[in-house]
Design a protein around this ligand. Structure first.
Ligand code: MIG
Length: 783
């Protein structure tokens, strides 16, 4: 409350992780192990090690009681009962899976973890684990002097988090989103430590308040949790992609979203009537600007009651949804967790009668003030409540709705603490815990309830869910947007590292409100923001009540043309996007990537935050300052082709690149390929023809993939998909394509063309050993 006065720097405020007053776990008194688990009793608590997979190990230390075998619902992987060896010496006990070696010092308990090649994954050095008198648990890990840190979910600031103190406590922060504003809406207590190309990960699975301190001690980071015990997983890497594959094997991966969700979304707080929504969609059509989704913010509801439509504003929502769907546009309404306390409101009645709301230990319901006024909050930590909430979505399903937007699910409450009373008790599927202990999972459980409820009712169609709040594993249910940013250039700048770090935290489907939510946008800002946003996984223009309108045409024709061009580019590249989404779904590799992920041996990429990659071969360098028409772009080794001019740029150095307002610098790596479909009104329209653009470079090799399926069902899980893999190699005379296809699905397109850029006279193209004839337009027919 007093954080914006000098009270914020009250003497004696201590948030740093320090050893001061810490009680160390002490020495090991006895230990034992069965096939699966190693258990040690220490002077101050119990310590356990469980191998979850060859490259994943779980470590626990509970100073206050026993360590539980059970894991949180963030985790979906069950330990396989991996055999591990146990070797005891005088000072240590060493556990090894072959890929991970845990070296446990006995007096005092100290844990150093190495990989199969004896490289340190995480070591404690002199500092270990313990607890404080206030009940906090603390642990330390050494930081190498050349180490960089990425991930940590949704954080402001730069890409590399070394030197920061990061708090995990899901919070509704309307303003400001400054470099030091922390925490925000999401808590993903996971990070990647990266040392000159060697990556490994750590997930601290504690949904209470945790603090990661990478600042106070230059040689150690500390993790402090206000409640609960120490419970963490180590991932052995050795590459960033490996770490993410391992982390998402543990916490789950993004389901493949419906194709329409990868298109362009238009939103406003709020489109307030059926008429306004129809008119909006009409204008998109008239202007020929592609559009897949319109979001309905809180004004669609009757007095902000969830599972209702205000019939004075929206007289016939079913017809509206159906008519729009005919045009290929999906409607996504907002759903908040707060249920209005109104004895005449059936949802509230049911919640009371069936005992579904969050309560104190003594049985009284927790009420908080949100949009509808005094409200009760479903206890999503309980399966019974999640099922009920899922069933309630039949209301939207009956209207033809296939996507939901969850907001305010930190949960946000209009009071001094901004959230639910931490003393509230959650049922937590038979293991009751306080809100203080589970706070960061409230939005996660709401997402679980919503996604599973929708999926069950959509009869085989893929649901789309967007959420503001979440915890590790939220990617299994939802896309994430970064909340209430502002129409500031600084917030456009910030969105790059923020969305990249979300991707590095297992959440590939993320984006920031394009144009900025609060404050007033202007034409130049919106144009530049749309350019950048069109290359981010979740692509939605959204703006707040009382701000200037922000639709693509809001600032006149000059800007509209540019904005339209980039939305069109999104659609042209959709086959590429979809292929990358499928890769993220299957492996956990993010769609939007920092350069360091693809060029881990290039030190120039380690802190690079103002440009990014889409997939492994496209670099995007947005303009993020007013009146700027030239910027510096770093290009790693190899040659890079300017997407718009075709000019070749030599890699391994910085370039000053021209960027007039209508042009965002985009580069494709020489020797690689990207797929183009056709510009469409939306994803309902199918591609007739696809073109694979190959950027010729002698003596290059590349593995290209093109993925497709019906874009809306789960049939791809039963082999109804299409994957074309092309192994490309080029020498000074020719390009050799070796093509393989798998899956039973036949895409809609009738022809597949190959366009060769920067080729030279007489260059030959071979497809599976056969020379191809050039078409009159210079392309080659591949299919
Ligand atoms: O600010 O529902 O972040 O996207 O438009 C209060 C109204 C609540 C916050 C969300 C924003 C949404 C708004 N909501």
């Amino acid at each position: 409350m007093l954080n914006d006065t000098s009270f914020a720097i009250h003497p004696g405020k201590e948030i740093r992780g320090s050893e001061r007053d810490m009680y160390d776990a002490g020495k090991i008194l006895s230990f034992a192990h069965d096939g699966n688990r190693f258990l040690a009793r220490c002077e101050n608590g119990e310590f356990a090690v469980t191998f979850y997979a060859d490259e994943i190990v779980r470590l626990q230390m509970n100073p206050f009681g026993e360590t539980e075998k059970k894991h949180s619902q963030a985790v979906v992987l069950e330990p396989e009962g991996l055999p591990f060896s146990v070797t005891e010496t005088g000072q240590t006990v060493v556990l090894s899976s072959g890929k991970i070696r845990v070296e446990i010092g006995k007096d005092p308990l100290r844990v150093n973890i190495y990989d199969g090649e004896n490289r340190p994954l995480f070591t404690e050095g002199k500092k270990g684990m313990g607890f404080k008198a206030g009940g906090e648990v603390v642990m330390f890990k050494e930081m190498g002097k050349d180490e960089f840190f990425y991930g940590f979910g949704e954080k402001t600031g730069y890409l590399n988090k070394r030197g920061e103190i990061l708090t995990m406590w899901n919070s509704d922060v309307y303003a400001p989103h400054n470099p030091e504003t922390d925490p925000l809406y999401q808590s993903i207590p996971f990070f990647i430590a990266f040392d000159r190309g060697f990556a490994r990960g750590l997930f601290f699975d504690n949904p209470g308040k945790t603090v990661f301190d990478l600042q106070s001690d230059p040689d150690h980071l500390s993790i402090t949790a206000e409640s609960g015990s120490i419970d963490y997983y180590v991932f052995a890497g050795p590459t960033m992609k490996d770490v993410l594959a391992q982390y998402t094997a543990l916490t789950g991966r993004m389901p493949l979203p419906p194709k329409w969700a990868i298109g362009y979304h238009q939103s406003r707080y709020s489109y307030e009537s059926e008429e306004e929504v129809r008119r909006l969609v009409e204008i998109f059509k008239e202007k020929g600007i592609p559009l897949d989704v319109v979001h309905l913010d809180i004004h669609y509801m009757r007095g902000f009651r969830v599972f209702t439509f205000d019939r004075s504003r929206f007289p016939d929502p079913k017809k509206l949804v159906a008519d729009l769907k005919k045009e290929g546009v999906h409607v996504v309404p907002i759903v908040d967790p707060g249920v209005k306390e109104d004895p005449e409101y059936p949802v509230f009645q049911e919640g009371i009668r069936k005992d579904l709301f969050c309560k104190y230990l003594d049985g009284t319901i927790f009420y908080g003030d949100v949009w509808p006024g005094n409200s009760a909050f479903p206890d999503f930590t309980d399966e019974r409540v999640r099922k009920w909430w899922g069933e309630k979505h039949q209301f939207y399903i009956d209207l033809g709705i296939e996507g939901i937007w969850n907001d305010m699910n930190e949960p946000a409450v209009f009071n001094e603490t901004k959230t639910m009373d931490v003393k509230v008790m959650h049922a937590n599927d038979g293991d009751p815990k306080t809100h203080r202990e589970l706070h960061n999972m409230y939005g996660f459980f709401m997402g679980k309830a919503t996604y599973e409820g929708l999926k069950e009712r959509l009869k085989g169609k893929r649901p789309f869910l967007l959420t503001r709040s979440g915890y590790a594993g939220i990617q299994r249910y939802s896309a994430v947007w970064t909340g209430d940013n502002r129409s500031f250039w600084e917030h456009l700048q910030m969105s790059l590292p923020m969305v990249m770090n979300l991707g590095l935290s297992g959440i590939p489907f993320a984006g920031a409100d394009v144009g900025g939510f609060a404050h007033h946008a202007n034409g130049e800002l919106l144009a530049r923001w749309t350019q950048a946003g069109s290359f981010m996984p979740f692509f939605r223009n959204h703006s707040a009540l009382g701000t200037l309108r922000q639709e693509p045409w809001a600032f006149g024709e000059k800007y509209e043309k540019i904005i339209k061009k980039y939305i069109e580019l999104r659609y042209r590249l959709l086959p590429q996007w979809y292929t990358l989404f499928e890769e993220a779904h299957r492996k956990g590799t993010p769609v939007m990537r920092p350069l360091v992920m693809e060029y881990p041996d290039d030190e120039n990429t380690y802190s690079l935050f103002d440009q990014f990659m889409v997939g492994d071969n496209v670099i995007v360098a947005p303009i993020m300052q007013p009146a700027q028409t030239v910027r510096s772009v770093y290009l790693p080794e190899g040659n890079w082709i300017h997407y718009f001019t075709g000019e070749t740029f030599e890699g391994g150095k910085y370039h000053l690149v021209e960027a007039p307002l209508e042009q965002m610098p985009i580069f494709v790596k020489q020797g690689t390929m990207i797929a183009h479909g056709e510009v469409k009104r939306n994803t309902k329209e199918k591609d007739e023809s696809l073109t694979l653009h190959y950027y010729y470079g002698p003596d290059t090799r590349y593995e290209f993939a093109l993925y497709d399926d019906d874009g809306e069902s789960f049939a791809y899980q039963d082999g109804e998909y299409f994957r074309k893999s092309i192994r490309i190699s080029a020498d000074p005379e020719a390009v050799y394509l070796e093509v393989k296809e798998e899956g039973n699905y036949r895409p809609d397109w009738k022809e597949l063309k190959l366009a060769v850029h920067n080729g030279k006279e007489g260059l030959k193209i071979y497809l599976n050993g056969k020379a191809l004839q050039q078409n009159s337009d210079g392309t080659y027919r591949l299919y």
